[in-house]
Design a protein around this ligand. Structure first.
Ligand SMILES: [Zn+2]
Length: 263
């Protein structure tokens, strides 16, 4: 089981590469007669044409699941519905869903798993031993955490639940698929990465760092300049977690992340 075909899954990669989207956004098709789609991807006509074409080869679309309401994942929804017809749309994002999904809900062959952190409405989808992770876990690199109440604690809890699953395949929102034992290893790597950042942040605070630049320099020093806004947002999520746990020293500055919504 080292190929997507063994799982009857296909990836259609959108032409929107970038620092946050890696090679581009992945739209996934599962099964056939009908197939089910995870994430329409961005509103790029050529991408939606290819996705609809692949779906037609697979005997049409049973439904479209959305991992989270960011433009690079859900922006193509209207365009895709125009191409494949008015099929059910399963999401936790109220504005997108014809079937509002919550943790544990089934949507065709998919089971929704709440995975907040990158976005409050984020869902992963489980189909057999395949897990569609959206932006909760990527093919490579790490994700940014969008700070809102309990975002990081919720994210770590979700990762622990995913790690406990019987998995043979990860299908991320960006980057290539991950097969076999590597799937679980990748999830553990993501959890450990977050815990490492927290450890480095606590070290910085114990060393007297209070400004967000000092904390970033110590705990996110390896992050390229173009990703600094994402690192700041993630730092804010870490600070919120420490504050909620009563572990944040007085005077520590939460970065002003303004309107940054990221991707
Ligand atoms: Zn994304």
């Amino acid at each position: 089981m080292e190929r997507l075909e063994d799982f009857d899954i296909t990836c259609v990669l959108a032409e929107n590469p970038g620092p946050f989207t890696l090679d581009g956004s992945n739209s996934w098709l599962i099964g056939r007669d009908p197939c089910w789609i995870v994430d329409p991807g961005p509103p790029i006509d050529s991408h939606l044409d290819r996705l609809a074409g692949e779906a037609a080869v697979r005997g049409g679309v049973g439904g479209i699941a959305i991992t989270h309401d960011h433009a690079d994942h859900s922006g193509g929804l209207e365009g895709l519905l125009e191409r494949v017809g008015d099929v059910p749309v399963g999401a936790a994002a109220v504005s997108r869903a014809s079937e509002l999904l919550a943790d544990g809900d089934d949507f065709g062959p998919l089971t929704a798993i709440a995975t907040p952190g990158h976005a409050p409405d984020h869902l992963a989808f489980l189909a057999g031993e395949a897990l569609f992770t959206g932006d909760a876990v990527l093919g490579h690199g790490s994700v940014y955490i969008s700070p809102d109440e309990n975002a990081l604690a919720g994210y770590l809890n979700a990762l622990d639940r995913l790690i406990a699953l019987e998995l043979n395949l990860l299908c991320p929102g960006h980057g290539g698929p991950i097969f076999g034992d590597e799937a679980r290893a990748r999830l553990i790597e993501y959890r450990d990465h977050r815990l490492d950042r927290e450890r480095m942040l606590i070290e910085a605070l114990e060393g007297g760092a209070r400004s967000s630049d000092e904390m970033l320099a110590h705990a996110w020093g390896d992050v390229p300049a173009i990703l600094k806004p994402a690192a700041e947002a993630t730092l804010a999520a870490h600070i919120d977690k420490l504050a909620a746990e009563g572990r944040l020293p007085a005077g520590a500055q939460r970065p002003d992340i303004g309107e940054y919504g990221g991707l």
